[in-house]
Design a protein around this ligand. Structure first.
Ligand code: BG6
Length: 478
């Protein structure tokens, strides 16, 4: 891989830190999400209810273990570590004027510790961690005031850490909410749950636009604070393939991809795309934005595009195939299983070639540097008789994706800044709230019920990834 390629690892604050009410931290939208399970949705409760299991409250207690964890990251050879700032450590309710100094100090220490160990921080400003107060009392990003609160928060941390952090991301997987499958996504992306009587898509689009405007304002502000900043967006790229060569399937796939491109188009081109304006008009949506907002979008385009990649999807219009109805996007369209790929225990379809496909498609569309900031395999890990976890399935997953990533860079000419596999250390799953859906190369002794010593232990994938980084991606053997 290119000489300066940033091999790394990724997590998010709410999935690792714990210490949810320590040193002045306020309650976030993640702190009111209960544990679910494989196929069991997490519940969003009305505040913190005594007796409920909230896995993010302790998580893996990275807040008190980060020095020890950074030593392991260093040993692995990480050049970059992606985490987020827990907004509620800085502004506990979100609408305060003055930040919480104890929260600011925590990230000062964390980023210094990373730098001391030659690890570049890559920082997401908002990874499903909005203050609960803003969700409950303002309606999250449906409310225009929340744009200003976010900009104030971003300005505070960008000024504070301007000499320690160069790479920033605004909103994690901002496009999840457009899939509209469950309310968890509007909650975690935008801090609201659609109410009966509301047009779910219309309110989600309004909140999304508000968020995109907030993001653009922060990009422009960040560049003014420090012209060396590299500020990116963060997309969830699940490519949608046509299930068959039937032209309707091909067209349906193209229309469905607009759900993802809408966000990326605005982030990268600074304009609301024509297909979206046509759709809003056709459906009679009245979205509010001003000429000043449009100018802000234009001014705040991103420096690079980051994304997560885990799996691919397929769509068909063929009547004989059953699937999840998406006919609102294209007549007769359904999301269906792809018979050419296998799936994980959680039903995520494993498709390494899809990563090369995404890298090519996105690079061709925007011609901006890319960064893979999440990719990984959630699995049940078991100890072998020798007391180790031999996670060959995880190594196989990562190896096959790195092979396709290399093709995109070396054969296809894609400009790729780096690769940070997800959950480099075991963390609380976002979707299910489980600890036992493990992504890590470092095991953390904790189970779904919250029991365990929190002891860290290297898995076989740790040694494997160490070698991958040491050989700059040359040796992928285990
Ligand atoms: C992405 C999120 O959706 O995928 C992460 O950015 C999340 O926060 C990751 O953890 C994997 O999803 P899950 O549900 O397996 O944790």
């Amino acid at each position: 891989m290119p000489k300066d390629f940033l091999w790394g690892g990724a997590v998010a604050a709410h999935q690792v830190e714990g210490a949810y009410n320590v040193d002045g931290k306020g309650v976030s939208i993640a702190d009111v999400m209960t544990a679910g399970g494989n196929g069991i949705p997490r519940q969003i409760t009305d505040g913190i209810i005594p007796g409920e299991n909230y896995p993010n409250h302790e998580a893996i207690d990275f807040y008190h273990h980060y020095k020890e964890d950074i030593q392991l990251f260093k040993e692995m050879g990480l050049k970059v570590f992606r985490t987020s700032i827990n907004w509620t450590r800085i502004f506990p309710n979100g609408d305060e004027e003055e930040p919480n100094e104890a929260g600011l100090k925590f990230y000062d220490d964390l980023f210094s510790e990373l730098r001391k160990n030659d690890i570049e921080p890559l920082v997401t400003l908002s990874h499903f961690e909005m203050p609960y107060h803003l969700a409950k009392h303002y309606g999250g990003f449906k409310n225009l005031q929340v744009i200003d609160f976010f900009v104030h928060y971003a300005e505070t941390v960008m000024k504070r850490y301007q000499d320690k952090v160069t790479y920033w991301l605004t909103f994690n997987e901002i496009n999840n909410q457009a899939d509209g499958q469950h309310d968890l996504h509007t909650w975690t992306n935008s801090g609201f749950i659609p109410q009966p009587g509301e047009n779910k898509e219309e309110v989600t689009m309004q909140a999304s636009l508000n968020e995109l405007i907030a993001s653009a304002k922060v990009v422009a502000l960040g560049h003014a604070i420090n012209p060396n900043f590299k500020i990116g967006c963060m997309m969830a790229y699940v490519p949608i393939y046509p299930y068959s060569a039937n032209p309707d399937d091909v067209m349906a796939a193209s229309k469905l991809m607009e759900r993802r491109f809408f966000y990326n188009d605005i982030h990268a081109r600074g304009e609301i795309p024509a297909y979206a304006l046509a759709r809003f008009e056709r459906l009679g949506y009245h979205l509010e934005y001003t000429a000043a907002d449009l100018a802000a979008l234009k001014k705040g385009t991103v420096d690079f595009i980051s994304f997560s990649y885990y799996m691919s999807d397929a769509v068909t219009t063929l009547p004989e195939i059953a699937g999840h109805d998406v006919s609102s996007e294209y007549p007769g369209a359904k999301i269906v299983s792809n018979p050419y790929v296998k799936a994980s225990d959680w039903g995520w379809q494993i498709d390494p070639v899809g990563l090369r496909y995404v890298l090519n498609t996105v690079y061709q569309r925007y011609n901006l540097p890319l960064f893979i900031v999440e990719n990984g395999f959630g699995a049940y890990d078991k100890f072998s008789a020798d007391g180790k976890i031999h996670d060959t399935y995880r190594i196989d997953y990562l190896r096959s994706h790195i092979e396709e990533m290399k093709k995109a860079v070396l054969l296809d000419g894609v400009d790729l800044l780096g690769y940070t596999p997800w959950g480099i250390i075991d963390i609380v799953s976002f979707g299910s709230g489980e600890m036992e859906k493990r992504y890590g190369m470092i095991y953390v002794d904790k189970d779904n019920q919250g029991h365990g010593t929190l002891k860290r232990q290297k898995k076989a994938s740790f040694d494997w990834y160490q070698q991958v980084i040491a050989t700059n991606g040359e040796n992928l053997d285990d």
